[in-house]
Design a protein around this ligand. Structure first.
Ligand SMILES: [Zn+2]
Ligand SMILES: [Zn+2]
Length: 346
C-alpha cells in the first residue's frame, strides 16, 4: 500500500480538502542547488532603511539599536490617520476607514543574516518583543486582532534582505485566524478537547513528519500540508497567544523555530524564502479557550527555482492541490545538517 502519493487529505483547521497528486513526480529533490544569488551583502548598508543610525523616508533616524527594534511603518496599509470621510457605497456594499497600526520589527542590527543564523537568545528576545506588541496593541479597544508575519525572499516580494517582520493590528480579524478560531471553538465545545492537541497527538503517533521536539515545543510538517515544505512550530501546552507563555517556553519555542529555519536555509544552501505567520487568538474579547497558538511557515518554492503556482484549484476553486508528498518533504528536511551552512553563528 503506497500512502500519500495520490489521495485527498482533510485539513482539520481549515475544514477543507487538500489534494495530494504526487504520483507523477514523487521523488526526493537531489542534485542541483539554487543559483548563486547576488553577492552577499555587507553587515551594514548605507541606504538600507532598517539598518541602525540610517535616515528613513519619514525623516526619522533609526537609533543605534543593538537587538530587536520596532517602529511604525512609514508606508502603513492600515493607520489611525486613514481617511474617515468615505464615499457611501451603493446597495449591499459596505466600507469603513482602514484603521489600525502597522509596524516593522527588525530582528537584529546585522543586515546580512537570516533569522536562522541568529542565536537562540536573540530569537527568544524577538518572541518576547512579539509578545509585548501583542499585549500592547491587543489591549486597544478598537483592535480586534494582531497579525505578525515575516515575508522572506524576493519571490514573496521582499527586496531588502535585512531580517525583519511586520505587524498589522486591525479592526477586523484576518480570515485564516477567524476560520481556525471558529473551528477550534466548535471542536472544543463538542469534544472538550483542543483540536490542535489532537493534531499534535496524530503527528506524534505517526512520527514521520516530526522535525524537532524539546521540553515544551514541537516542529512538524503536517499531514495536510498545502505547500511542499509547510511547517508548524508550536508550544506543547495550549496557549491562545504568546502572552501566557513562560520564559522557559519562549526559549524552547525559539530553539524549535531556529532548528526549522536552519533546515530551511540548508536545504538548498540559500536563504530559504517563506511567509511565516503567528497564529494567535484575536484580541476582541471572544471565547478562545480551544485556540492553540502556533507559528505557520509557508515556503512558496517546490524546488530551488520552481514556485508553487496558485492557479485553477487554489485561486479559482479555493482548495490546494499539492504535487508533493508530505512524508517525503519531511524526510528531505530531516536529512540536511542541523548546523547552518554559513557556519558563522551558533
Ligand atoms: Zn539593513
Ligand atoms: Zn494556523
Amino acid at each position: 500500500m503506497v500512502s500519500g502519493t495520490w489521495e485527498q487529505r482533510w485539513h482539520p483547521l481549515r475544514e477543507e480538502w487538500v489534494v495530494i497528486a504526487a504520483h507523477r513526480q514523487d521523488r526526493p529533490w537531489q542534485g542541483e542547488q539554487a543559483a548563486a544569488g547576488p553577492a552577499p551583502a555587507a553587515v551594514y548598508v548605507e541606504d538600507c532603511y532598517l539598518c541602525p543610525r540610517n535616515l528613513r523616508v519619514s525623516g526619522i533616524r533609526n537609533p543605534d539599536y543593538q537587538s530587536v527594534f520596532v517602529f511604525d511603518n512609514d508606508h502603513p496599509c492600515v493607520g489611525m490617520n486613514a481617511p474617515q470621510q468615505l464615499e457611501p457605497p451603493p446597495g449591499i456594499y459596505r466600507n469603513a476607514p482602514a484603521l489600525g497600526v502597522a509596524r516593522i520589527v527588525t530582528y537584529t542590527p546585522l543586515h546580512n543574516v537570516t533569522l536562522a543564523e541568529l542565536p537562540v537568545d536573540s530569537i527568544s528576545a524577538l518572541l518576547a518583543t512579539w509578545r509585548d506588541q501583542y499585549v500592547e496593541l491587543g489591549s486597544r479597544p478598537e483592535i480586534r486582532h494582531v497579525l505578525m508575519f515575516e515575508n522572506k525572499g524576493e519571490v514573496v516580494g521582499v527586496s531588502n534582505p535585512h531580517p525583519h517582520g511586520q505587524i498589522y493590528a486591525t479592526t477586523f480579524v484576518f480570515k485564516t485566524i477567524e476560520v481556525e478560531a471558529d473551528v477550534s471553538r466548535r471542536f472544543y465545545r463538542e469534544h472538550g478537547r483542543v483540536l490542535f492537541q489532537d493534531i499534535v497527538r496524530s503527528e506524534l503517533a505517526d512520527g514521520r513528519r516530526i522535525l524537532f521536539e524539546n521540553g515544551s515545543a514541537i516542529v512538524f510538517l503536517p499531514y495536510f500540508a498545502r505547500y511542499a515544505y509547510e511547517c508548524y512550530v508550536a508550544p506543547r501546552e495550549t496557549h491562545a497567544s504568546l502572552q501566557t507563555m513562560s520564559s522557559g517556553e519562549l526559549g524552547d519555542l525559539a530553539e524549535a523555530l531556529k532548528r526549522l529555519l536552519v533546515r530551511y536555509d540548508n536545504l538548498w544552501q540559500m536563504p530559504f524564502p517563506y511567509v511565516m505567520t503567528l497564529h494567535q487568538a484575536p484580541t476582541d474579547g471572544g471565547d478562545y479557550a480551544g485556540f492553540h497558538f502556533h507559528i505557520e511557515c509557508h515556503p512558496p518554492l517546490r524546488k530551488p527555482r520552481l514556485l508553487k503556482y496558485l492557479a485553477g484549484p487554489e485561486i479559482g476553486g479555493g482548495n490546494f492541490l499539492s504535487d508533493t508528498r508530505p512524508e517525503l518533504k519531511a524526510a528531505e528536511l530531516l536529512a540536511v545538517p542541523e548546523v547552518h551552512y554559513k557556519g558563522r553563528h551558533d
